[in-house]
Design a protein around this ligand. Sequence first.
Ligand SMILES: C[S@@+](CC[C@H](N)C(=O)[O-])C[C@H]1O[C@@H](n2cnc3c(N)ncnc32)[C@H](O)[C@@H]1O
Ligand SMILES: [Zn+2]
Length: 402
Amino acid sequence: MHTYTKPCEVCGCREWETIIVDEKASVCSGRELVRNDPALIKVMCQDCGFVCTAQSPLDDTLDDYYARVYSSKLRSDDYDYVNFAAGKRFGEAVNDFVLQHPFPTTGRLLDIGCGKGFFEEAFLAKHPNWTVEGLDPSVRTIELAQRRAPRARFYCRKFAADDYPADSYDLVTIHTVLNRVSPEEFIRGSAQVLKDGGYLSIAIAILQEAPFELYFADHHYMYFREHLLALAGRHGLEMITPDERGSIWRYMFRKTGRGDTTYEIPAEERARIKRQVHGLVTAWETLFAEVRQLRDRGGKVAFYGAGTTMMIVLAQTDFPTEQIAGIFDDNPCKHGEEMWGCQVQAPSPVLNEAEAVVLCAGPSGARKICETLSLPEDRVRYFGMAPLSAQSTGQTASANSA
Ligand SMILES: C[S@@+](CC[C@H](N)C(=O)[O-])C[C@H]1O[C@@H](n2cnc3c(N)ncnc32)[C@H](O)[C@@H]1O
Ligand SMILES: [Zn+2]
């Protein structure tokens, strides 16, 4: 039990179970390694299964981190995330999700944590008559955003709802920001600035598909869909369109102006979420133990999926570079990138020759990789999934479906 005493933002409970105490290294945005001194501690609400960070090595420096450091870690000015399972760059998937919505020809948009302005650019191309505003505390991203979307208005600051007129926006967007900031404050604030009938679009890593969140040093809040329903419902927001594909899921909410959107997470769902969180922790520990065994046997191991999950596995197991047969990814954007002393490459026959292939992806990403590549079945290690042979017979016994 951790001495964390803050009330859970979702349900108000103050009892937390410590699920991870990581004294090694974890990752933060841009796949940067963070030495965990003090330890990174993640706790789970005993009532609703909401997971948050009780202590992070970045705690004292967070404001400065977003204002100056965070954006400098994001490789090139055009760097965007990748959503493998949806087969698209992450940003494109989010843009498609919002742009398919039948908005009126005029309106007012506020994008909270806008980053480099990719969304503003795409939104204005489709809706040229809207008034578009974006905000972000990062000086550098705001400069880039203003250049990318000159017709939008950008503010370089943290979000505070009182900085904006109440009841005045037709659309508020919070895309991949809620893992970092207080969801209660940001969702309440969004409801405050939205008109009745206005929309809130949230794109977010959902824990069951993005288990790497548990080892992220700068992601502090980890969700299941039910947590969002509860947080939003309390502020008059009703979920109208979920899009749950890939590791970042997308949800559209609508401010109803009525008081009937409250959502209590049913007891059986709370129990299921807590089981799933425990299952994910076990799946990580199992994967680390298996990779340590491979390391100690001294053979050459291939790693597939050059992302955050891979950084976590390599760091947690202190994997020696000389024992890496290759680091592979099917996304051409990543080829040639340096990771753990190796260059990321396209899939090749080396995958079949290595003593083992460690698949570094969330459950649906890993499933997709298994479907599209013929990997050496008996030698694949993957995150919390059943062996390939069991999958092909339709069994999916795993930590994630536990
Ligand atoms: C993962 S990026 C997402 C950028 C963009 N929305 C996108 O989807 O590409 C997270 C952004 O949240 C911003 N952020 C961090 N703390 C914030 C705060 N308190 N208020 C507003 N934005 C914040 C960061 O500076 C960063 O640009
Ligand atoms: Zn809770």
